[in-house]
Design a protein around this ligand. Structure first.
Ligand code: GDP
Ligand code: CA
Length: 351
């Protein structure tokens, strides 16, 4: 389901014509005619919310115009394999290969390896069965782990995995270095996947930190992609644990803040609730308002505009008072048509 540009040329032109080239933009610098050229979009992305948004963006500007800087704070080692859940969610979704029922993994999976592994639980005295990896999905993790062990960077492997799935968008990990999201619970600190998958994120969070972020460098191309984009998009992903780690990589937050006038955020919180996952509870537990206004306040230093759902139209005056332009649009991406509409609203929200 790669969204070719040809099929959406009309809409591509409409966006570009409305928006025009932006200062320092690829279109301006390269002398590419503004009308007919799709705007270059650089997205700060987590997993599912971002993947849906990027599919919508792709249907408007084409995958080739997208660079996604993806959270790797959720990355984990399972059965000795390097798993990058957010990169894989974005890759599989843009490939049209994701499992729409589970919301993670690949469609049409088989579970032979998991079943065979479960036979070891009794002797091991413990089970890793709480994190399920399908057979085809495992091939991705085997490939990634093998390449990393042989000296490739996560950027190189990510690019090759995207190629194998026919994804034309440029997918960049936020960093090639390990940055690990750690969550403090009443019982102590755990890794992100243990909280999110193992405990089903059903416990209150006291603090979140991104171990290793101080020493990490943005992956090659990340800062340039933010600097050169026509539009920078902060996806409707969990602000704390999906966007937070990306902005915690030294230099990234500053680069986005410098592009504030070209940056649009989309709220993952609708009527005070996350559509999925713990974002609403997490915001409240960490002292933020769990609402689109709370999200706008978090992103005010980075984004000149935010798209909020119709249900949150009443928050617009408060959001505008923060100095953030508030665009109200239906923002539940229940299918490709809704995602495309939201994408048009987001792209149109850029000045
Ligand atoms: P994860 O890493 O897979 O948990 O995914 P993200 O952090 O990218 O996405 C989780 C967030 O996406 C949740 O806070 C959801 O509210 C948000 N989300 C999911 N689907 C939609 C949607 O259709 N519209 C909006 N506005 N937000 C969404
Ligand atoms: Ca994630």
């Amino acid at each position: 389901m790669n969204t070719g540009q040809a099929a959406v040329g009309g809409r591509t032109r409409a966006v570009a014509a409305e928006a025009g080239p932006r200062p320092g933009s690829a279109a301006e610098a390269g002398g590419t005619p503004a009308v007919g050229a799709a705007p270059a979009v650089t997205a700060i992305a987590g997993g599912v919310g971002a993947a849906r948004m990027l599919s919508g963006i792709a249907s408007v500007v084409g995958q080739g115009s997208i660079t996604a800087v993806v959270n790797t704070g959720d990355d984990t080692v399972l059965h000795g394999l390097h798993v990058s859940p957010d990169l894989d969610t974005v890759t599989y979704t843009l490939a049209g290969a994701s499992n729409l029922e589970t919301g993670w993994g690949l469609a049409g999976e088989t579970w032979g390896v998991m079943e065979a592994l479960a036979a070891f639980d009794a002797v091991a005295g413990q089970s890793l069965g709480w994190f399920r990896l399908g057979d085809k999905d495992l091939a991705t993790h085997l490939y990634r782990t093998g390449r990393l062990a042989a000296g490739a960077t996560l950027s190189q492997v990510t690019s090759d995995i995207a190629k194998r799935f026919g994804v034309e968008a440029r997918l960049l990990p936020m960093s090639d270095e390990r940055v690990e999201t750690r969550v403090t619970l009443a019982s102590g600190e755990v890794g992100f996947q243990e909280y999110f998958v193992g405990l089903g994120h059903a416990v209150p969070v006291k603090a979140v930190r991104f171990a290793g972020s101080e020493a990490a460098r943005p992956a090659p191309g990340v800062l340039e992609a933010v600097e050169r984009a026509d539009i920078v998009l902060i996806c409707p992903s969990n602000p704390v644990v999906s966007i937070g780690p990306v902005l915690a990589v030294p230099g990234v937050a500053e680069a986005v803040a410098r592009r504030r006038e070209a940056t649009v955020a989309v709220s993952p919180i609708i009527a005070g609730k996350a559509l999925k996952g713990p974002a609403d509870r997490m915001l409240a537990e960490l002292g933020y308002e769990p609402s689109a206004a709370g999200v706008a306040e978090m992103w005010a230093p980075y984004a000149a505009a935010i798209v909020v759902d119709n249900a949150d139209a009443g928050l617009a005056p408060r959001i505008e008072a923060l100095g953030v332009r508030c665009v109200v649009a239906p923002s539940v991406m229940s299918g490709p048509a809704e995602a495309a509409k939201l994408a048009e609203a987001a792209l149109g929200a850029a000045p």
